[in-house]
Design a protein around this ligand. Structure first.
Ligand code: 4NP
Length: 224
């Protein structure tokens, strides 16, 4: 789908340097300061230059260009308020620490719909905060389009995995559908247990296994 230039950006200002920004494959780069990044980030940094690029009738930009070069990862649990938002936050934190934010699209969802629209469970938010991580997701349910949109759909337990595999059969997915803990070195189990009905120590335990698993997942994806 093409990006409508007039709808997306305002007119350039008088200070605009024409031709400062070039589009290279899936990435945009500012030739003035050598910043090379994907569309959403560069849009913030170099709005005037981007405006000129988009107003140039020779420029063709596809709305999916920036995301097509990224690896898209979806973390899935049952309610999307405890485990998968934590996995999303931990994985994003690790990716940010490595300076790889523009290489990944990261999200989470639930196989159930009970908590759609809700913020993460307070106990997940707290354990994340205690480790310097902010959770900012809203619960949503897995949808058919996710099987086209994501390269990796990562389940917290076997029930979620089975649900996702069934959904993927109906949606013709090429996504890798896997258990998160398959990426945990020296694991003592395959599943991230559901901490919802337990105490806060369960959340710390979940955090630790999620962190080790996300470290393994990132290592795997960097090597892929
Ligand atoms: P999650 O935990 O799948 O890790 O988000 C749960 C949250 C809510 C419920 C079950 C598990 N629930 O039954 O409402």
């Amino acid at each position: 789908m093409g990006l409508s230039k007039a709808e997306v950006l305002p007119k350039p200002s008088a200070s605009t340097d024409v031709g400062q920004v070039a589009k290279k494959g899936n990435r945009l780069s500012c030739q003035g300061c050598n910043t090379a990044t994907t569309w959403p980030r560069l849009k913030v940094l170099h709005l005037d230059s981007i405006t000129q690029l988009l107003l140039d009738p020779t420029t063709k930009m596809d709305a999916n260009d920036a995301s097509s070069s990224r690896t898209a990862v979806l973390f899935v649990c049952l309610g999307n308020i405890c485990r998968s938002p934590l996995a999303e936050g931990v994985f994003r934190h690790l990716v940010d620490q490595e300076g790889l934010a523009d290489r990944f699209e990261i999200d989470s969802a639930g196989t159930g719909a009970w908590h759609v629209g809700e913020r993460p469970d307070a106990r997940s938010t707290l354990v994340a905060e205690q480790h310097g991580i902010e959770l900012d997701s809203r619960a949503r349910q897995v949808e058919p389009h996710d099987f086209e949109r994501f390269d990796y759909i990562i389940a917290m337990d076997r029930d979620n995995l089975r649900t996702l595999e069934r959904m993927s059969e109906n949606n013709g997915s090429g996504a890798h559908i896997e258990l998160l803990r398959m990426y945990e070195a020296e694991r003592d189990g395959d599943e991230v247990p559901d901490p919802y009905y337990g105490g806060s120590s369960g959340f710390e335990n979940v955090y630790k296994m999620v962190k080790r698993s996300c470290q393994g997942l990132l290592k795997h994806l960097r090597a892929a």
